[in-house]
Design a protein around this ligand. Structure first.
Ligand code: 13P
Length: 248
């Protein structure tokens, strides 16, 4: 059985003054303990170490938002998967569309980042998703296929790999695809993953991300093959994150 994952991506938001929100999320999921769903928060790298210290008594897991493919070395400004693991982080997001566009990350770079995550024993959340133009041109499934083939490493397992489908036009816009469109995309990704990885692909979690909030989460999370959410804006406030958590 696939245990869904509700994951928060804080992006470039959060300072020490936001630690009370992390504490509130951590205590919230601990007080309202559920065996049905896992929870993860990915704060900026500056807060990972203190965040894991806050969460020692809580099921809330902490992860990074990116990692370099190498373990260490002359790469000013980058952090490695090992460094995230060293701070007791257990997950890392790779290939987020904002990394792909801000930093020109290719599928093959994203794949090597996912491999680095696996080598450090982290679970990689590999993000894919089409642009508005690609959707308009009817290329959505073809784009998802190309990104899955290019970004997901051989030998990916359900334990160490999570896919996040984030249509770029749905990120931060308040607009989401219809449940029919999400169902179609997730069923397609499930087929692709099962064809390539067999039972592991069948059990691999496929999250939906893009304008998930407390009002639409129940409907979105109920779609077939949607195994949780990758939440941006609504994960910044403990109240909203916990409301999404309670959908399960
Ligand atoms: P929003 O939830 O703010 O649309 O962001 C989604 C996202 O990019 C999560 O990684």
């Amino acid at each position: 059985d696939v245990r869904p994952l509700v994951a928060g991506n804080w992006k470039m938001n959060g300072t020490r003054s936001s630690l009370d929100q992390i504490k509130a999320i951590s205590e919230g999921v601990r007080n309202e303990l559920s065996e049905k769903v896992e929870t993860l928060l990915c704060p900026p790298a500056t807060l990972i170490y203190v965040a894991t210290a806050i969460c020692t008594e809580s099921p809330l897991m902490i992860g990074g938002q990116d990692c370099h493919p190498e373990t260490h070395g002359a790469h000013t400004g980058d952090i490695s998967a090992e460094m995230i693991a060293d701070c007791f982080g257990t997950f890392v997001i790779v290939g987020h569309s904002e990394r792909r566009s801000d930093h020109g990350e290719s599928d093959s770079l994203v794949r090597s980042k996912a491999e680095a995550a696996h080598a450090a024993d982290l679970t990689a959340i590999i993000c894919i998703g089409e642009t508005a133009d690609e959707r308009k041109n009817g290329q959505t499934l073809e784009v998802l296929k190309r990104q899955l083939v290019g970004s997901v490493p051989d030998g990916a397992t359900a334990e160490r790999t999570v896919i996040a489908y984030e249509p770029i036009w749905a990120i931060g816009t308040g607009v989401t695809p219809t449940v029919e469109d999400i169902a179609e995309a997730h069923a397609f990704m499930r087929r692709e993953l099962t064809d390539r990885f067999g039972a592991e692909g069948k059990a691999m979690r496929i999250l939906y991300g893009g304008s998930v909030n407390p009002s639409n989460a129940k409907q979105l999370m109920a779609v077939d093959n949607v195994d949780g959410a990758l939440v941006g804006g609504a994960s910044l406030k403990a109240e909203d994150f916990l409301a999404i958590y309670r959908v399960y």
